[in-house]
Design a protein around this ligand. Structure first.
Ligand code: PLP
Length: 390
């Protein structure tokens, strides 16, 4: 069948490297996976129970396109409390099908064909394709291990052109766990003002911060609220990937534009998920804190085990990923991942899945049970020992 019936801009988008890799992983037996960016925890019971209860009450219909008023009020309160930014639940908040949809809506609402979007790399796999699908031009700004993968305003200055319209930020970062220090975030906000950029800040991992560097939202910095779209969701900190609920907060004109696309393509996020999300925001903090403490133990363990095995690994300040430097093995990140999988049945993701600047690194998720992480680290150590040139 001819491929010309597929639109060129879709045909040209590569499939996600992670997906192909995990199809191989799934076809193998007894693999320990440090690959997936999904909590191993089940959604806390009180959140599931809220959804069950709402079903029992017969809440099975559509909600407002923007999301249920109750959830939007909860979001407004939560964001004010945790991020120090006030949003009006009436017209400055939209509930979406995960942060994934919120990213897509925001880019489609903002970009004209050929507009450039700056983002830091290595980054979440969807950014570049979503920018391209929205007609924009992705401009990756590499971050460096020496800076713990934080973004430097100076690097942005080198990459910016008059065509730049949007700056995408994601701190804590998937895949590096980077958290931005406040002073550099201030320089980045000054950069956004200077070049008149809209900032899209994906803060989906913000609760998973291990306190070495406090999390600050760029939306809360002086003068930024009017040019920032704040994205957040329930998948990670609340262990709610399957519920598919996220949200965007921003200036009313942008939320209105996003709502128009959402209204015609999605209509509304599922009501059961929205009901569960209210419970998560209003009573979920102790559950989040418990999971965060468990992630912290795993992070500390995996970082010291990899360093002991001779694989340099910086201490990520947030999210649930480590991003060790495998260059000393003499293998590319793809060779390392495939050979480790074949030889030791441990799945990690090649750094290049997160952009070319991820070469030389792999991503290991510690959203896996501690006993599995321990075995995986032993196997990784066995794998690299004969390779070691360090
Ligand atoms: N943003 C980042 C940085 C992510 O890592 C992910 C998922 O891995 C998402 C967004 C997608 O989240 P959601 O499940 O809310 O669509």
């Amino acid at each position: 069948m001819s491929s010309s019936r597929i639109a060129a801009h879709v045909r040209d988008i590569p499939r996600s490297g992670i997906r192909d890799f995990f199809e191989i992983v799934q076809s193998m037996k007894d693999v320990i996976s440090l690959g997936i960016g999904e909590p191993d925890f089940v959604t806390p019971w009180h959140i599931r129970e809220a959804a069950v209860y709402s079903l029992e009450k017969g809440k099975t219909g559509y909600t407002s396109n923007l999301g249920s008023p109750r959830l939007r009020r909860s979001i407004s309160t939560y964001v004010a409390k945790h991020f120090s930014v006030e949003y009006n639940s009436h017209d400055e908040i939209i509930v979406t099908v995960g942060v994934s949809e919120a990213i897509d809506l925001a880019l489609r609402a903002l970009l004209n064909r050929g507009d450039e979007v700056l983002y830091h790399e290595p980054c979440y796999v969807s950014y570049a394709p979503t920018i391209s699908l929205a007609g924009g031009v992705p401009i990756a700004v590499p971050t460096r291990a020496e800076d713990h993968f934080t973004l430097r305003a100076a690097a942005l200055e080198k990459a910016v052109t008059p065509k730049a319209r949007v700056l995408m930020l994601n701190f804590p970062t998937n895949p590096t766990g980077a958290v931005m220090p406040l002073d550099e975030l201030e320089r980045i906000s000054a950069f956004a003002v200077k070049h008149d950029l809209v900032v899209l800040t994906d803060e989906i991992y913000s609760e998973l911060n291990y306190d070495e560097v406090p999390h600050h939202s760029v939306a809360a910095l002086p003068g930024m609220k009017d040019r920032t779209i704040f994205l957040h969701g329930f998948s990670k900190a609340f262990a709610m990937t399957g519920w598919r609920i996220g949200f965007a907060c921003g200036p009313a004109d942008i939320i209105e534009a996003m709502m128009k696309i959402h209204q015609y393509s999605i209509l509304c996020a599922p009501i059961m998920g929205q009901e569960a999300a209210v419970e998560a925001l209003e009573h979920g903090e102790p559950s989040v804190a418990r999971m965060r403490e468990e992630y912290r133990l795993r992070r500390n363990f995996i970082v010291s085990s990899l360093n002991d095995a001779g694989i340099p690994c910086h201490l990520p300040k947030g999210a649930f990923y480590v991003f060790p430097d495998i260059r000393g093995t003499g293998l590319t990140s793809k060779e390392f991942s495939f050979q480790l999988l074949e030889a030791k049945k441990v799945a990690v993701v090649p750094g290049t899945a997160f952009g070319p600047s991820g070469e030389g690194y792999v991503r290991c998720s510690y959203a896996a049970a501690m006993d599995q992480i321990k075995i995986a680290c032993e196997r990784i150590s066995d794998f690299v020992r004969p390779l070691g040139k360090r």
